[in-house]
Ligand binder design. Structure first.
Ligand code: 5GP
Ligand code: MN
Length: 318
């Protein structure tokens, strides 16, 4: 049986389904949750979406239809099936990891190369530009009707995970074209999700960018930004997440890094490169991700966490 057929079997025999996206979600995680929930409801299932964290979803992601309904929680109701979407590992389900592990069945749908396949059935396609692109294909095999609401959710993941269609295969444009045929307003979606900034957010971005540092580790150039808690506190998550785009391609650097202090002494670190495998670096530091984009979390003072990264870079270059 193909993996899509196995997924279909799991879905058909379930009456109650929980759909779980990764903690500190991005638009692909939220769009995958909302799309999957709405597809399951179309199929007559009782379905709800969950993210395993305490913080509410960032405002820009709440523009995705159905996002307001997602429960942020460390508990799941009794269900027959959990579908984990865009979660590269079980621990990415955050506070829900124990509940996901205890579910009668778990269907994993994801596009992270580092995914170990923690479900009963695993659809992991590391070539897929976004998890929503995998869902687009799954929905057609399940006979789910594509309307503008569903297309909006799928497009949200596709436009963001492809860097606004800057990287990916021809398929991303073909799928985008199918989604646009439903009449979705792609200009408005991009404004709500990506482009919107307040004056305060722009000032924060300017202040973080003014501290950009280029360091060399052996023969490797590393451009990094430090966004400490005092600087980013109260600013929109989308503005903070946009910082990494500035260090993705910097002259004389092969690696771009943003250290984001999400709470005092706790850091979410984003790694980007167009010439090296950053998922290897992130995995060594307890995280994961894709070849060109990966991340990890750590704690400590700025100089300690920068040194921690330098040590791993030195080890990997040996
Ligand atoms: P970002 O830098 O945009 O937060 O994440 C880039 C990629 O790395 C995403 O695909 C994301 O799933 C992955 N990633 C980011 N942070 C972590 C982490 O702490 N653990 C794991 N396993 N993956 C992460
Ligand atoms: Mn994704």
């Amino acid at each position: 049986m193909s993996r899509f057929a196995q997924a279909r079997y799991l879905i058909e025999k379930a009456a109650r389904v929980a759909v779980v996206g990764h903690l500190r979600p991005d638009a692909d995680a939220v769009g995958s949750v909302t799309a999957m929930v709405s597809a399951l409801r179309f199929l007559g299932k009782k379905a709800d979406g969950f993210i395993g964290q305490a913080q509410p979803l960032p405002a820009n992601l709440r523009s995705i239809p159905g996002a307001e309904e997602i429960t942020v929680s460390a508990e799941l109701p009794p269900v027959d099936l959990v579908i984990a979407v865009d979660c590269g590992s079980l621990d990415r389900t955050g506070g829900l990891a124990d509940a996901v592990a205890a579910a009668p069945d778990c269907l994993v749908i994801d596009h992270h190369a580092s995914n170990p396949g923690f479900g009963t059935v695993n659809i992991i396609d590391a070539e897929a530009e976004s998890t929503t692109l995998i869902l687009f294909r799954l929905f057609s095999t399940l006979g789910v009707e594509l309307d503008a609401t569903l297309a909006h959710s799928l497009y949200a993941g596709l436009v963001t995970d492809t860097g606004s269609f800057r990287w990916g295969t021809p398929r991303m444009h073909l799928v985008a074209a199918e989604l646009m045929k439903t009449g979705i307003d792609t200009r408005r979606i991009a404004e709500e999700l990506i482009d919107g900034n307040s004056v305060g957010d722009l000032q924060m971005i300017g202040s973080v960018l003014s501290g950009v540092t280029l360091m060399t580790v052996g023969s490797l150039g590393v451009a990094y930004l430090v966004a400490d808690a005092d600087t980013i506190y109260g600013h929109s998550a989308s503005a903070v997440e946009s910082l990494v785009d500035f260090v993705r391609v910097v002259d004389n650097a092969q690696l771009g890094v943003v250290f984001k202090e999400t709470s005092r002494g706790r850091w979410a670190v984003s790694l980007r490169s167009s010439s090296m495998d950053v998922s290897r670096i992130a995995t060594r530091l307890g995280g994961g991700g894709h070849v060109p984009a990966a991340g990890y979390t750590t704690s400590g003072r700025v100089d300690t966490i920068v040194q921690e990264l330098v040590t791993v870079l030195e080890e990997l270059s040996d």
